[in-house]
Design a protein around this ligand. Structure first.
Ligand code: COA
Length: 327
């Protein structure tokens, strides 16, 4: 087996910023409630920019940082739960826009675990030697599936895209993927949902009322699930890598709620400072969140050669995963 690496990352968020105060003018909420319960202060919302268009911007930045040409991509995997169309795949729209003529392109649906699942898939293709350069992008316009009258959910989400390039080692900046883990628990699927087009055909009429196409969740159940799986997944990849959790320099968790992250930190006896947090600026951007956070961590210059990093995602499915990297 070959080794696989992360060669670069990039992200993009739409320009328009919506603050907690802005939300308090449309639903019965307050900056104080949202900040203390979630840590979120603001989020970026698309004003019509499509999921694939945001994905393109993140991918272009990732390619630039990895110094890879679009024609050198063998595969594009787009993780999204908010595609612009059922068909073609968002990844194909991205492929066409960037001119990645030699790539196979498809979407995956693993909600907020999407980027971590996508990187794990990409990593296997590199390890077997089938492909050399793969782009994994998480892109979401969650604002179009958010119920703007439900204060329990509308304060949580934002739009954006994050991308990474997975491939063979290029230079001393390439970060080796040491261990991967993925898990799903379909028995808990109903605690976080987003309905699709209802059944209907010439044999069975569609219901008169279409669903609302909004995200719905049992917040407390999701919270409990999240804390448990983050800690399990972090332990799993550190064990696979023959390391201890104390050996990890930075953890890039899915950015859903700062209280989830702090509870997980406590359960792992790790200081909060090891967890990279930027959810105060973007809210929960589902499959984009780990990519946006990872890009910002790379740009911060905090990572030193030899550092062990963990990316971890959790969300609808229910699903969760983690990846351990060595800088
Ligand atoms: N502003 C003000 N009050 C709000 C509110 C808001 N935006 N949203 C809910 N409330 C109210 C509720 O109506 C409830 O009022 P009541 O006691 O009068 O009934 C009260 O606040 C407590 O609600 P509850 O749902 O118990 O709050 P909580 O402490 O569980 O926090 C979440 C709610 C959603 C922030 C929290 O459960 C959470 O973050 N869960 C995980 C969600 C998540 O991350 N989902 C995506 C995963 S990928």
């Amino acid at each position: 087996m070959n080794s696989s690496y992360i060669l670069g990352a990039g992200c993009y968020v739409p320009e328009s910023v919506v603050t907690n105060d802005d939300l308090s003018r449309i639903v019965d909420t307050s900056d104080e409630w949202i900040t203390t319960r979630t840590g979120i202060k603001e989020r970026h919302l698309s004003q019509g920019e499509k999921t694939y268009e945001m994905g393109v911007k993140a991918v272009k930045r990732a390619l630039e940082n990895a110094k890879i040409n679009p024609e050198d991509l063998d595969m594009i995997i787009c993780a999204t739960i908010t595609p612009d169309e059922f068909m073609p795949a968002t990844a194909c729209r991205i492929q066409s826009d960037i001119g990645a003529k030699n790539a196979a392109a498809f979407d995956i649906s693993a909600a907020c675990s999407g980027l971590v699942f996508g990187i794990t898939i990409a990593s296997q293709f590199v390890k077997t030697g089938m492909y050399k350069n793969i782009c994994v992008v998480g892109a979401e316009t969650l604002s179009k599936v958010t119920n703007w009258e439900d204060r329990g959910t509308c304060v949580l989400f934002g739009d954006g895209a994050g991308a990474v390039i997975v491939g063979e080692k290029r230079d001393e900046n390439s970060m080796e993927i040491i261990a991967e883990s993925m898990i799903s628990n379909g028995d808990k699927a109903d605690i976080l949902t987003l309905e699709a087009v209802p059944f209907g055909n010439m044999l069975k009429k569609r219901p008169d009322k279409m669903p609302d196409f909004y995200m719905a969740m049992d917040g407390q159940e999701v919270f409990k699930f999240a804390v448990k799986v983050i800690t399990d997944q972090i332990k799993k990849v550190t064990e696979k890598a023959n390391l201890k959790v104390e050996d990890i320099s930075f953890i890039v968790p899915h950015q859903a709620n700062v209280r989830i992250i702090e509870t997980a930190a406590k359960m792992l006896s790790l200081p909060n400072e090891k967890f990279f947090v930027n959810l105060h600026k973007y809210g929960n951007t589902s499959s984009a969140s780990v990519g946006i956070a990872f890009s910002e961590l790379l740009e911060s210059g905090k990572i030193k050669k030899g550092d062990n990093l963990v990316m971890t995602g959790f969300g609808g499915g229910m699903s969760a995963g983690a990846i351990l990297l060595k800088a």
